[in-house]
Design a protein around this ligand. Structure first.
Ligand SMILES: [Mg+2]
Ligand SMILES: [Zn+2]
Length: 196
């Protein structure tokens, strides 16, 4: 499901697919963001997004929101949270192109919940995307697996659950590029592109 209509321009571009909780906004393990007021961006996140946008990446958030299926928040509330995220970044000069979210739980058997690729496929229907040039930044093995299944270069961040996930899923995360936070990941991603 997506939160707002896509932009008018749709030229072929690489995308930076971004996890939300623990990557863009502060998230502690096992805690769900269930209110717009609980969205607190990492201090470096807006700078990271401005850098990626300058390098020609479209900025697309892919987020699992099983808190909806678990009854912690309504679908409407989940949308409001994503709009809040968009607004906070706008205030810092960073424009998100879209947010796609999965409202299902692990038991629902949907294809959109990461590490499923449904959210990504939904985004690819809306945006002409240079997959080879695209990246995914996230704090969980499920983000990394989603990227790897799709031929996208993954970047793990040590914010959110990143460090714990390295211990929990060593096989899945073997050899992944790992960074202190989204800004370090963005610098690395920027280095591998020619500016557009
Ligand atoms: Mg996360
Ligand atoms: Zn789903």
């Amino acid at each position: 499901m997506k939160v707002w209509p896509i932009s008018r321009t749709n030229r072929m571009k690489p995308a930076a697919f971004l996890d939300r909780d623990g990557t863009l906004n502060i998230n502690r393990i096992g805690v769900y963001v269930t209110k717009p007021a609980e969205v607190k961006l990492y201090a470096c996140a807006a700078r990271a997004l401005r850098l990626l946008a300058d390098k020609g990446y479209r900025l697309i958030v892919l987020t699992n929101q099983s808190g909806v299926a678990r009854g912690y928040m309504s679908l409407k509330r989940s949308r409001m949270i994503n709009l809040r995220l968009k607004k906070l970044f706008m205030q810092k000069g960073a424009r998100l192109d879209a947010v796609y979210f999965c409202p299902h739980g692990p038991e629902d058997g949907c294809s959109c919940r990461k590490p499923g690729t449904g959210l990504l496929r939904e985004a690819l229907k809306d945006f002409r995307t240079d997959l080879k040039g695209s990246i995914m930044i996230g704090d969980k093995a499920s983000d990394i697996l989603t990227a790897r299944k799709s031929g996208i270069t993954p970047f793990l961040v040590f914010t959110g659950e990143g460090r714990a996930q390295m211990k929990k899923h060593p096989a899945a995360l073997k050899g992944v590029r790992a960074f202190r936070d989204i800004l370090s990941a963005a610098h690395s991603a920027a280095d591998r592109t020619k500016s557009v």
